[in-house]
Design a binder for this molecule. Structure first.
Ligand SMILES: CC(C)(COP(=O)(O)OP(=O)(O)OC[C@H]1O[C@@H](n2cnc3c(N)ncnc32)[C@H](O)[C@@H]1OP(=O)(O)O)[C@@H](O)C(=O)NCCC(=O)NCCS
Length: 157
């Protein structure tokens, strides 16, 4: 697919301040609890954080952040640009993270997803994640009742 072929992937540690601002802008578009560029910088500067950002020329198309958790890792966020969705980028970011996690020695990857987030649940199921349980009323919403979190995991190999 031409869109995917034209993307340039950067490790999170290589991102400039301008690129980090783009990550924060996209995160703000995607989530109610927006993360600042500084909070993203602090998160990815922590020991063992990994993930990728995908650019089409200089424009951010999507990114993922994984954090270590003893011998497992957690996919703490993933988002793709609204105009670039359903093009396979989300899956590419998940698969790249799982591959790096396996090479690093993490046994499993964990994540939480809002129960009403159909695109994300579809992405994770299609990538091989299975449901481990739920956390009731975990996500607080500005407009509407709290939403359950679905806990999912997948062995990295
Ligand atoms: C979830 C998200 C990252 C998916 O990114 P994407 O680039 O559209 O993902 P892909 O194109 O790789 O699609 C992956 C799978 O999800 C499916 N999918 C994509 N959009 C979908 C939708 N709106 N409804 C149902 N399935 C959908 C695709 O068909 C594909 O399925 P397949 O592998 O069986 O073909 C994107 O929707 C997003 O950024 N959402 C906002 C942020 C968010 O909710 N992040 C997850 C937090 S837990």
């Amino acid at each position: 697919m031409p869109f995917l072929q034209n993307l340039r992937f950067s490790e999170l540690s290589a991102l400039s301040d301008d690129q980090l601002s783009q990550l924060a802008d996209l995160h703000r578009q995607c989530f109610e609890d927006a993360w600042s560029a500084k909070s993203i910088r602090d998160m990815i500067s922590g020991q063992g954080a990994f993930g990728q950002a995908a650019f089409l020329e200089s424009d951010l198309a999507g990114f993922s952040i994984f954090l270590p958790c003893v011998d497992q890792c957690e996919l703490v966020t993933i988002c793709t640009s609204p105009e670039r969705r359903s093009s396979g980028l989300g899956r590419k970011l998940v698969d790249a993270g799982l591959s790096l996690a396996a090479k690093t020695g993490f046994t499993d990857c964990l994540l939480e997803v809002a129960s009403d987030n159909a695109p994300a649940r579809h992405l994770y199921e299609s990538a091989g994640f299975t449901e481990d349980g739920t956390r009731k009323a975990y996500y607080l919403r500005k407009n509407g009742p709290p939403m359950d979190a679905v806990l999912m995991s997948k062995p990295t190999k």
